[in-house]
Design a protein around this ligand. Structure first.
Ligand SMILES: N[C@@H](CCC(=O)N[C@@H](CS)C(=O)NCC(=O)O)C(=O)O
Length: 175
């Protein structure tokens, strides 16, 4: 019997939403617990044992505990043999992973300082030059994304997601 998938993380987190959206596309059911700022603390000893980075999302299933949102999405697609969502063919797979890696490294790095200062109002992130540089970086990355979406006419890796889905409500709210 397959164990239920448990997802730890508040649904408003962009990184948790990736995992929820992936589950929706795969038709995988799950239980979710609210963890993260505003909810149960990820700095509690109980949570740190699961993810030493004190971040959501974390998943737990019969294989154990996993963190890092993009890894979780790839794991779930692989586990459920959805090679259309995460292709097995190396070149097609690399094109999906290229954008996932870009998001986690280049894109996230561009906005995080300015976001932490301007939105979170963290006093350690209020250097106006670094904020201006973050805003410039974000706009450069968004121009790359816009260009790619213009080229495909649809989704980042290509013209279609692998199969039609009824989850348009989920898609429109995924940030
Ligand atoms: N690289 C991590 C980043 C995870 C991350 O930044 N999570 C944020 C929420 S979006 C978090 O846990 N913040 C601490 C908190 O909410 O307590 C991933 O992709 O899973």
């Amino acid at each position: 019997m397959e164990h239920a998938l448990k997802i730890l993380g508040k649904a408003s987190s962009i990184n948790v939403r990736k995992v929820l959206w992936t589950c929706d596309e795969l038709g995988v059911s799950y239980e979710r617990e609210d963890w993260g700022s505003g909810f149960a603390s990820t700095h509690s000893p109980e949570f740190i044992k699961l993810n030493p980075n004190a971040q959501v999302p974390v998943i737990i299933d019969e294989a154990g505990v996993l963190w890092e949102s993009n890894t979780i999405c790839r794991y779930l697609a692989g586990k459920h043999h959805h090679t259309e969502l995460l292709p097995g063919e190396p070149a097609a797979r690399a094109r999906v992973e290229q954008w996932m890696d870009w998001q986690a490294t280049e894109l996230n790095r561009s906005w995080s300082y300015a976001f932490t200062g301007l939105v979170r109002r963290d006093p350690e992130f209020l250097d106006p030059h670094l904020i201006a540089s973050g805003v410039r970086g974000w706009n450069q990355k968004m121009a790359i994304l816009e260009q790619q979406l213009k080229a495909t006419g649809a989704y980042v890796p290509g013209r279609t997601l692998p199969w039609p889905t009824s989850s348009s409500a989920c898609r429109s709210t995924a940030g």
